[in-house]
Design a protein around this ligand. Structure first.
Ligand code: COS
Length: 382
């Protein structure tokens, strides 16, 4: 049984503890799912999570608009990641893919949220391009005004849910100013004319991922989210909310690695005694537990700060993501060591955690970018 004592920390209310308990019970019944066909598995996970009511916190309720509860998002990602990385992915992308609508959408755009929160529509966030990943302001994708429409031309890549999404939140250059101030956000249905999946991308922890091409895709002016030129700010504020949840997923993976390692140390005998009695093994377990608690403190500090109404949590979220994803990698590496050959055997839980964790240090702002963000905040820049 994983450590649940952190739920008594003052960051949480009773509703969070109750949510975490109910979700844990649901996960034990429903996860993991088979991953042979990731598209089918993701669609099934979104539908199942939706039926269970677990996607409700991913987006604002159009009938009762209240800010997203980042602690619930983090607790959910942590719990799902502990049971099944793909379930965490399916949950997280519903949030990242609708974040711009929750934060800046019109009431018409928010109608999509009725469906995404029930698992009846799949969302995706399309920001990165072949020439601009970390350097978002350098994007090439163009949106040109043509009467009552904008026409989108360019490419997006590394788009999670690419190929299975029902709509994409697309960032494109509208040219109000050079760089970050000349980008706008658009809600683009997946069946829009001229939008195509150019390539499916295979990665070490498979999930739906694609490069998309936009060949003069027309969208009405009403598809713009926020105002012209606000796209960069919108993308960054969505990332402010969801970056700490990436830390939470890393925490879930690390907790699972720790739990599996404690179990193995208790069950396996080495040199005539249980492995757990070896001080070198205890050293690993102690370092892992320390990292897990420190990750949890930074993740839930960031989530709590946002939920308490801070307008920006750029520094807290960047710290949570940077620390949790980097340390989780280390925790899981120790788990591989403690599991010996099993740790690298295909299909073993530790082997899958080892593959799952790596991308978290890259996506939604690489570790190196988080350092830039933290340093700027600490030194007084934006
Ligand atoms: N919230 C609101 N506004 C923000 C913001 C935030 N978190 N971060 C920056 N802004 C605003 C700034 O205030 C600035 O506005 P003004 O021009 O009005 O002063 C504007 O946005 C530009 O900010 P900045 O100069 O810091 O932009 P840079 O181009 O230097 O980029 C980094 C900053 C590198 C931090 C940014 O590009 C980034 O986060 N990159 C990683 C992107 C990423 O996560 N990619 C993965 C995509 S999702 S898988």
């Amino acid at each position: 049984m994983p450590d649940r004592t952190f739920l008594t920390w003052p960051f949480f209310d009773d509703r969070h503890r109750e949510w975490a308990d109910r979700l844990e019970a649901w996960c034990q019944e429903n996860l993991p799912v088979a991953h042979h066909d990731v598209d089918a598995a993701c669609r099934e996970l979104v539908a199942r999570l939706g039926r269970g009511g677990w996607l409700m916190p991913t987006a604002l309720d159009p009938a009762d608009p209240k800010p997203l509860d980042v602690r619930t998002l983090c607790l959910t990602r942590e719990t799902l990641a502990r049971h099944d990385g793909l379930a965490d992915f399916a949950f997280a992308m519903q949030g990242l893919g609708t974040g711009a609508i929750s934060l800046y959408g019109t009431s018409e755009q928010r109608q999509w949220l009725q469906r995404t929160r029930k698992g009846e529509a799949i969302a995706a966030f399309a920001l990165s391009e072949p020439r601009s990943g970390s350097d978002v302001a350098n994007m090439d994708m163009a949106a040109t005004r043509d009467g009552d429409s904008y026409v989108l031309t360019g490419e997006k890549t590394w788009i999670s849910n690419g190929g299975i999404a029902d709509f994409y939140i697309v960032f494109a250059r509208t040219g109000e100013a050079p760089g970050a101030r000349g980008i706008s956000a658009f809600l683009v249905p997946a069946d829009a004319k001229g939008l195509a999946v150019a390539e499916r991308l295979e990665v070490i922890a498979p999930h739906p991922l694609a490069r998309l091409s936009f060949d003069e895709v027309p969208v009405p002016v009403s598809a713009m989210i926020g105002k012209p030129g606000e796209g960069f700010k919108i993308a960054m504020s969505v990332l402010d909310v969801f970056r700490s949840t990436v830390g939470a997923a890393a925490l879930g993976f690390a907790r699972r690695a720790l739990d599996e390692s404690v179990k193995r140390a208790a069950e396996r005998r080495l040199f005539g005694a249980p492995m757990a009695e070896l001080q070198m093994v205890q050293g690993h377990i102690a370092e892992m537990a320390l990292d897990v608690d420190a990750m949890a403190l930074l993740v839930y500090r960031a989530a709590w700060t946002k939920d308490m109404g801070a307008p920006r949590v750029t520094r807290e979220a960047a710290m949570a993501k940077l620390f949790a994803t980097d340390r989780a990698q280390e925790v899981i590496d120790r788990a591989v060591q403690l599991h010996g050959g099993d740790g690298v055997r295909r299909g073993h839980i530790i082997e899958s955690l080892y593959r799952e964790i790596r991308a978290l240090r890259i996506y939604e702002g690489a570790s190196d970018v988080q350092k830039v963000v933290i340093a700027r905040q600490v030194m007084g820049g934006s």
